[in-house]
Design a protein around this ligand. Structure first.
Ligand code: FAD
Ligand code: NAD
Length: 409
């Protein structure tokens, strides 16, 4: 009698961020050991909360608070975890190349997050810092502290050492400024520096900070930050970054701002691996089908910052957020489980946007949540609940107790 060996389908998930971990933690419940071979690949053996990186970068929290081991939230008897750097995807051969090996797949989930969007601006890659991952956050925090520590050791005091430029007043820029406004007075006390010598300058190209957000909340956030010493240069674009600082333009007028710290927080694009793999994309983001699949590749799901979905109400892409990445992870897991089990129709993804809340340091924030405007301690409470919910969704109550934010007022 002939024995027919049926190979288990291979499900390969790239990236253990919000999208990847939501997919894996759902899939490991929805598929049995005999249904599929599930593999998760991530650059590091830890997951980090990208949404907390502004705090780790300013040094208002330790970077370890913003990360945990991937193995703490996956079931290692169901999921193989591979620590590795994805360098290429061969979508025709259905293979993924890591630095040290190759993996093949029947179903692929691309959830590799974003890269900074530098718009080809000269000098940014060489001289500016980014708020992009744990390594970058640690480096930026140490760089700022080094400037403060060095200032009083020099015979000729250079105030440029104490000048910090933040490029972009989007949500990342504003949240980072909120942390800096708290950290700088601490650094001044620690290193015997008069805060009058410190400059925090935010340069925003659009006619307003937080473009597209509620005008009253923008005014609240900008006033709050200005009162804490942040200078805003609105309607001003960074044109070049140099070893000494930045060159900006407001209309025809050019200005050089000298600063030893320049932080680029002016937008993101999808992970370069996606573009290099040859998927149709817009700034590294694949416009996915309602089932979250890449056009022409039904076996490839793309979620999170690597994906692009259109908000039909305004006919523009949804801004990439953790909120959407996590919801996509749930749909993606359901759809892969259905395909593996050969079950009927796939779920169509519909984002359920509950709101947006931006922190302004430890105890202030601004936001719209469930259709309501919030600011002050209420908004800050809401922001911490959102952060805790994200931990809960992936790691359950244990992870909330371990890493959660409980200092509410
Ligand atoms: P990520 O969560 O970034 O995960 C990507 C994963 O892929 C990482 O683990 C990374 O290490 C891994 N990876 C990357 N490249 C490779 C590779 N080549 N090989 C192997 N592994 C790789 N959104 C909100 O909804 N609310 C917020 O409050 C909010 N705050 C934010 C604050 C900051 C400072 C920033 C920067 C962003 C914030 N966002 C927020 C946006 C949100 O963080 C992203 O939209 C979200 O992280 C996207 O999820 P993801 O799964 O696509 O990617
Ligand atoms: P963004 O694209 O939202 O904002 C970037 C800002 O930089 C824009 O205001 C833009 O006008 C400005 N800019 C661009 N080029 C410039 C230049 N040359 N000079 C000066 N300014 C310039 O990017 P982001 O803030 O990094 O956010 C990325 C994504 O993450 C967004 O989808 C955002 O909604 C999300 N996010 C959400 C939160 C939150 O919900 N609390 C926090 C951070 C990020």
């Amino acid at each position: 009698m002939d024995v027919i060996l049926v190979r288990k389908p291979k499900v390969l998930i790239l990236g253990a961020g919000y999208g990847g971990l939501m997919t894996v933690t759902r899939l490991q419940k929805q598929l049995g050991v005999n249904d599929a071979e599930i593999t998760l690949v991530n650059k590091n053996d830890y997951h980090y909360e990208t949404t907390w990186l502004h705090e780790a970068s300013a040094g208002t929290i330790h970077h370890d608070k913003a990360r945990y081991q991937v193995k703490e939230v996956i079931n290692t008897s169901r999921v193989n975890f591979v620590k590795g750097n994805v360098v290429a995807i061969d979508k025709e051969a259905k293979k993924v190349k890591l630095e040290d090996r190759e993996l093949d797949y029947d179903y692929l989930v691309i959830s590799l997050g974003s890269n900074p969007e530098t718009f080809g601006i000269k000098g940014l890659k060489e001289y500016a810092f980014g708020i992009t991952n744990i390594n970058a956050a640690r480096q930026l925090r140490e760089h700022i502290e080094y400037q403060f520590a060095t200032y009083n050791t020099e015979a000729v005091k250079r105030n440029e050492r104490l000048a910090i430029v933040v490029g972009g007043a989007g949500f990342t820029g504003i949240e980072f400024l909120g942390e800096l406004a708290e950290r700088v007075p601490e650094l001044c006390r620690e290193y015997d520096i008069d805060q009058k010598n410190v400059r925090i300058i935010c340069v925003e190209a659009a006619p307003t900070a937080l473009p597209g957000f509620d005008p009253e909340l923008i005014e609240y956030a900008v006033n709050f930050l200005e009162q804490r010493g942040v200078e805003f240069k609105i309607g001003t674009a960074i044109k070049e970054c140099t070893e000494e600082g930045i060159i900006v333009a407001k209309g025809e007028e050019m200005e050089e701002i000298k600063a030893d710290t320049v932080v680029w927080a002016a937008g993101v694009r999808g992970n370069s691996v996606v573009e290099e793999a040859g998927f149709e994309n817009m700034r590294g983001r694949v416009k996915v089908s309602p089932e979250l699949r890449a056009p022409g590749h039904d076996e490839v799901f793309v979620i999170g910052d690597c994906s692009l979905i259109i908000n039909e109400e305004i006919n523009r892409p949804f801004p990439p957020t953790a909120q959407i990445a996590m919801q996509q992870g749930e749909t993606c897991a359901k759809n892969i489980a259905a395909l593996v089990k050969g079950q009927g129709q796939l779920e169509q993804f519909k984002p359920d946007i509950k709101g947006t809340v931006a922190s302004l340091g430890e105890s202030n924030a601004v936001g719209m949540a469930f259709g309501k405007k919030l600011y002050g301690t209420k908004a800050s409470f809401m922001k911490k609940m959102i952060d805790n919910r994200a931990l809960f969704m992936v790691g359950g109550p244990g992870m909330v107790l371990k890493k959660g934010k409980f200092k509410f007022f």
